[in-house]
Design a protein around this ligand. Structure first.
Ligand code: RTP
Ligand code: MG
Length: 140
């Protein structure tokens, strides 16, 4: 399995509850290396651009307002099969369906306030990383 990079976002419900360290521990325990990380406060326009793929979904307004409601931590995770591994560590979108030990099972509040975002494929990972980070900020 190749070394990959994926974009992760620790969402406002988790930054608000001071869970950044506990969530980062989950990534590191799974063998994912945090090679870039910053805390930012997204504008509504930036959240809408990031989640453009969901613009016709009924939850788009709620999702983008939530993502722009409080600071988030954006990060790049690197490791073997990092994209799928991160999705595994995150757990199912709806925490009610997430496996024991996953971030969403332990920390998510609801399907909307579900603590983390992770890229879902190599193409989206590359786009999402470039949305937030320059090459110089990635320290592998
Ligand atoms: P993400 O993109 O944030 O990593 O989450 P995901 O792939 O597991 O889920 P996705 O289908 O891409 O949905 C993006 C985010 O939209 C919110 N959502 N709300 N109210 C709802 O039914 C609903 N469905 C999705 C969640 O915050 C989800 O993570
Ligand atoms: Mg998604």
């Amino acid at each position: 399995m190749a070394i990959e990079r994926t974009l992760s976002i620790i969402k406002p419900d988790a930054t608000r509850r001071n869970l950044t360290g506990k969530i980062n521990a989950k990534f590191e325990e799974a063998g994912l290396r945090i090679i870039a990380q910053k805390r930012i406060f997204l504008s509504l326009a930036q959240a809408q651009k990031f989640y453009e793929v969901h613009k016709d979904r009924p939850f788009f307004g709620e999702l983008t307002e939530f993502m722009a409601s409080e600071p988030v931590v954006v990060q790049v995770l690197e490791g073997e099969g990092a994209i799928a591994k991160n999705r595994e560590v995150m757990g199912a979108t709806n925490p009610a369906n997430a496996e024991d030990g996953t971030i969403r099972k332990e920390f998510a509040l609801s399907v909307g306030e579900n603590s983390v975002h992770g890229s879902d494929a190599p193409e989206t990972a590359a786009e999402e990383i470039a949305y937030f980070f320059s090459g110089l900020e990635l320290v592998g």
